[in-house]
Design a protein around this ligand. Sequence first.
Ligand SMILES: *Cc1c(COP(=O)(O)O)cnc(C)c1O
Length: 436
Amino acid sequence: MLDQAILSGLKEVDNEVFDLVVSEETRQQRQIRLIPSENYASCAVRAALATSFTNKYGEGYPGRRYYQGQVNTDKIENLAIERAKQLFGYPFANVQALSGAPANLAVYTAFLKPFAGKIMAMRLDHGGHLTHGSPVSVTGAWFEISHYGCQEDDYLDMEKIRAQALEFRPDVLVCGYTAYPRTIDFKAFGEIAREVGAISLADISHIAGLIAGGSHPSPFPHMDVVTFTTHKTLRGPRAAIILSKDPEHADKIDKAVFPGLQGGPHFNTISAIAVALKEALSPAFKSYTDQVVKNAISVADELKGRGYHIISGGTDNHLVLVDVRKSCNLPGKRVAEALEDVGIVCNFNTVPNASDRQKPLFPDGIRLGTPSITTRGFKENDCRKVAELMDRTMKNIKAGKLEKGESPFIDEAIKDQIAAEVAELATSFPTFSWQE
Ligand SMILES: *Cc1c(COP(=O)(O)O)cnc(C)c1O
C-alpha cells in the first residue's frame, strides 16, 4: 500500500521521482518476487525510515557523542540495541553498520592486522559472500584467504572443514552464506574455531529472520561474533547488526565501526531497525518464519517432482537452488530472464558441482526464495502453483544460441498466458500481510 501522506508531499516537489516510486510499487505488487535476499518491509518500518531522525548527526555511541542534542537519538539507539540483545541472546549489539558488507569489514578490521590476517570462509561459487574473501572484494585483497566448499552431495563436511582449519590456522573462521539451502552447524564451527584459536564469525544475513523466529538453530552461544543484514528474512530496513559475547570483542567492534570505518550513524534507519526487531519479537513473526520454510520446501518438492535437479535434494531454510543446466540444459541467465518476462523474479546463481561451462556471469543455476511471497500470505498450495508456472515457462524456453534480439520463448502465446496467470496470482495477495 502506498503511504499517501508521505507520497503526496513527494509528488508536489518531484514528479519524476514520484512516478518511479509508483512504478516500483506496482512492479512489487504485480510480480512474484523470489529473490531470497529480498522482502517487503512493513508500513511501520517504512514510516520510521522517513522521519526527522534523518536530520540528526550523532557520531559516537549512546552517552558518549561528539555532538549535543542527543536526548532522543540515545534513546532510539539504546532501544534498537536492547531489542537486538533480547531477540538473539547476545549481550552486546552494534546497530550502526550501514549494511552487511561494511559490517563484515568492521569485524575483520576489529580483529585482523591489515595485510597479515588470515580468514577461512566458504568459496563464492558455493554460496559464500563477496566479503568472505573474494579476490574482487578488498577482503580478498587485504587478507590471506583459505576457502572451503561443499561436497559432492552439496552439503558441508565439518570434518573436512576442521582438517583444513587445523592446517591453515585462520584468525577468523566464517560461516553463513548467500546460497546454502541447508542448516548451518554453528556448534561445530564454534568448536573448530576454539580448537585453532580463531574468532568464530557467523554471517547470518540471509537467515537472521529464521533464527529470530526459531525456524533455524541459533548461533548463540557457539559463535563469538554474529553479523547480519536487517533487510532480508528479518524484514527490516537496509542496514546491519553486529552481535558479540565478550566485552573486549564488543569494544573492538564498536571502535572499528566508528571511528574506524564510518562517520555519523543513520538514526532514521536505526529507528526502523528498532521497529523491525519489535515486529520480530511478536508471535506472528514466528508463524511467518515457519511458513517461509514450509513454502520453500513446497517449491523444492514440486520442482523436484517435475524432474528438476535441486541442489542438495531440497531445503531446510528459505531458499532453493536449481541446477537448470542439469535439469533442462539451459543456462541460469536465460532462465532468470525468461522468468522475469512472465513476471517471476529470481536470480541466476552459481551452483556447487556444476558443469565445466559454469562461470560467475554464466552460471548453471537459479536461486529462489520464499520470504517475500510468504510476507504476502502465500501458503504451500500457492507455492506449488508458482513452481508449476515456472515449469511451464522453462519448458517454453529455446535451447541453443539465440540471435541478438531473438525471443527466448518457443511459443509467445503460451508465454502471454503464463504472464497473465502470474499477474492474477500476484495481485490476489497484498504486498504486506501479517500471518494469522
Ligand atoms: C547480503 C549479504 C551480505 C551483504 O549485505 P549488503 O547489505 O548487501 O552489503 C553479506 N553477507 C551475506 C552472507 C549476505 O547474504
